[in-house]
Design a protein around this ligand. Sequence first.
Ligand SMILES: [Fe+2]
Ligand SMILES: [Fe+2]
Length: 303
Amino acid sequence: MYHNFNFRDVLSSSYRAAWQIEDVLPDGASLDFGRRFLPENLARVDGIAFLSGREKKVLNQIRGHEYLSIFGLVEEFILPFVLDHARPQLDGDDHRVRALLNFAAEEAKHIHLFKEFHRRFSAGFGTPCAVIGPPQAVAAEVLRHDPLAVAITILHIEWMTQSHYLDSVRDDGELDPLFVSLLKHHWMEEAQHAKLDTLMVEALADGRDEAGIASAIDEYLEIGMFLDDGLKAQAGLNLDAFEAATGRRLTAEERAELEPRQHQALRWTYLGSGMAHPKFTATLAAISPAARDRIAAVAPAFC
Ligand SMILES: [Fe+2]
Ligand SMILES: [Fe+2]
């Protein structure tokens, strides 16, 4: 066995790691717009030669806004999926039922927290930043797929949040402390979710033959392409917000350079960093080495 995850241990770790929204976002706390919000590893704005230091900071903050918004969006489909997964076996293993319901409750709390942060961002930033959506339409499109494909997508997303915090946020002392606190608290609970996702993927893959796994991987890639179309649109919306916030009109050449680079930065943030996560690929390998190899072949395009 490549892991030792079980519902009982995850449930007790979840209770130990749990927090309240007020712990993360106390009344009156505000974001520091003198600082960056996202680590450069995800934002990828420093290398853009034609932007000033102030403009890079503004674009970084718009990426921070997008990060909260995209998470709010994906958690809108994680919540009903987890409830649906729990529902048929509510009279089964007690630890399983409680761990999955707790998972769903935490995800509802995260959606709430991201909305609160979003309100404070909007109040402090002053310029509206548009976001793809609406979340309900995105959720409906994702959830129409094979449950195993959706579970693999969720596994990808939740391991991805682990690498975002551990690899690039935790040790970056220049970021806004409130934003870091948000990502830290999210990481703490998502660490338990990723273990539950692993158990969900294994349960849904159980008894499937190689063709059944391969078709779920097809659908996982289909969901990925759907999300990627959204990320491309979001990269454009971010630049519209950048122009509105800074008053700088990008030339056609600047936009032609910046937009694909930012699209790739969003791809890395939400797709590549999940596809390449070693715990994610370990679960794929456990259900099908061929599935792991297929994802390894496409992942570099999203990094
Ligand atoms: Fe979450
Ligand atoms: Fe989660």
